[in-house]
Design a protein around this ligand. Structure first.
Ligand code: NDP
Length: 453
């Protein structure tokens, strides 16, 4: 490594991937700096996974209180109330604590944290304000940012970024989109008592998930009171400061107290000067890299949301480890994007790993499908009309389980373990010979015997 430069590695962006790359590389003896213009921990810690999950717990607590009645608790409805400002304040305190932990982790690892907005002036030089820094390697880990479709009135539309700091909850809200964030926020808002409408332009939301999961989730979410409207989009929005008229493509109009867009996220590359240096951007605006995170400029690499791989924290963390090993380790190891488990923290949760039934059929597999729908034991006494779904997609010839899908309480927790089995190539016979844990919902994954298709 050259001593002529200030650092061996400058990382732009202190999100999940950037911080992991920084720490792993510093631990290998590299001189590392991270430039960050906003908050340590990136989207995940500040305006993503972590505060979202805290809000999901908050929203679910209301149901838990109601459910307690069936278990003998006296819960007079008129004495139960919810304080949004307290939830936000408590969430903010937790995020501040995590920001502190991230700062200390970087300090302890010997990583230099540079506060400010970076731009690249050549293949080895990063400018932050009036400071100039040079490095042998530069990694772009700047993440992504919510996109609001270009309709008249878009300036009054909020995104997940603002929702985490909303001063007060409206009585009604419109959530625009049908992906992870829309479905999760619709659940949060409805759970906290907001009259919520979710608008999705296609026939059925959660495109890319297994069709049974999509249909089942729609039914369950409707039961929770969310007004799901599919096959419709927003044409324009008019605002009178406190209320919004949302004009829809089907000619109808909604009057609401808040409009939130969850219509995807774009790569955050503004002002970096990448293209001027020869770094290519794809048609969707992502930084183009090869399998080793290498851009078209030899000294510049990129990872995380900005390169358009699945926008998931654990993916960015894994990429950070692989890239660190390539730059400062033995260079071995590649990313494996198969069998990435994921959860949508709607209510009830979705957990999924491997192929959907449609993907498996498209790939040419002859399948056996196992499916089970049931009322979770908890709701026998709570009386809540909530059901769970489990589904296994099995290759008939090899008996290998290609996909596992679940909708139900703790689906994320359960799917993580199932993901290990799928990654290891488990067969349906191995699922069947695994003893269940009784009584749990999870045991259903090892007790489904009769294929439904
Ligand atoms: P997604 O890409 O998941 O969903 C975007 C949604 O917006 C889709 O339903 C899409 O419709 C719709 N949409 C896009 N453009 C328009 C438009 N012009 N008009 C109307 N609708 C539109 O993005 P999200 O913003 O929900 O989340 C971004 C990413 O963040 C996710 O893909 C995921 O990787 C990650 N994430 C992960 C979470 C988790 O792990 N639990 C939680 C939250 C986010 P269509 O389907 O028709 O294209």
């Amino acid at each position: 490594m050259s001593d002529k430069q200030d650092f061996d590695l400058i990382i732009i962006g202190a999100g999940s991937g950037g911080v992991r790359l920084a720490r792993m590389s510093a631990a290998r003896g590299a001189r590392v700096a991270v430039v960050e213009s906003r908050y340590l921990g990136g989207t995940c810690v500040n305006v993503g996974c972590v505060p979202k999950k805290l809000f999901v717990y908050g929203a679910h607590a209301g149901e838990d209180i109601e459910d307690a009645a069936g278990y003998g608790w006296n819960v007079p409805g008129d004495q139960v109330s919810f304080d949004w400002t307290r939830l936000v304040a408590n969430k903010n305190a937790e995020i501040e604590r995590l920001n502190g932990i991230y700062g200390r982790m970087l300090d302890n690892a010997g990583v230099t944290v540079i506060r400010g907005t970076a731009s690249l002036t050549d293949a080895h030089t990063v400018v932050v304000g009036d400071q100039v820094y040079t490095a042998k390697h530069i990694t772009v880990a700047t993440g992504s940012w919510p996109v609001i479709p270009d309709v008249p009135g878009k300036e009054c539309v909020l995104t997940s970024n603002e929702m985490f700091y909303l001063p007060q909850l409206p009585r009604q809200a419109v959530v625009w989109g049908g992906g992870y964030i829309a479905v999760e926020f619709a659940g949060i808002l409805a759970g906290l008592g907001v009259e919520t409408t979710l608008l999705y332009r296609g026939d059925l939301f959660l495109r890319g998930f297994d069709d049974d999961v999509r249909k089942f989730t729609a039914e369950e979410i409707r039961k929770k009171g969310v007004n799901l409207r599919f096959g419709v989009n927003i044409e324009s929005i008019e605002s009178d400061d406190t209320r919004y008229n949302v004009n829809l493509t089907d000619g109808t109009r909604l009057n609401t107290g808040l409009v939130m867009a969850a219509t995807g996220r774009r790569a955050l590359v503004d002002g970096l000067g990448l293209e001027e240096l020869g770094v290519q951007l794809s048609a969707s605006g992502h930084v183009v890299v090869d399998d080793h995170f290498q851009t078209a400029v030899p000294s510049i690499t990129a990872l995380g949301d900005v390169i358009g791989t699945p926008q998931l924290t654990p993916v960015a963390l894994a990429q950070g480890m692989v890239l660190s090993n390539r730059l400062f380790g033995d260079g071995k190891g590649d990313m494996d994007y198969t069998c990435i488990p994921t959860a949508v923290f709607c209510q009830p949760n979705i957990g999924t790993v491997g192929l959907t039934e449609a993907q498996a059929r498209e790939a040419g597999h002859t399948l056996r499908i196992y499916r089970s729908e049931f009322k979770p034991m908890k709701h026998t006494l709570s009386g809540r009309d909530e059901r769970s779904l489990m589904k296994l997609v099995v290759d008939d010839a090899s008996d290998r389980v290609l996909g596992a899908h679940m909708v139900g309480p703790d689906a994320g927790e359960i799917t993580q373990g199932i993901a290990v089995a799928l990654k290891a190539g488990a067969t349906k016979a191995q699922f069947d010979s695994t003893i269940g844990i009784h009584p749990t919902s999870a045991e259903e994954f090892v007790t489904m015997r009769e294929p439904v298709a």
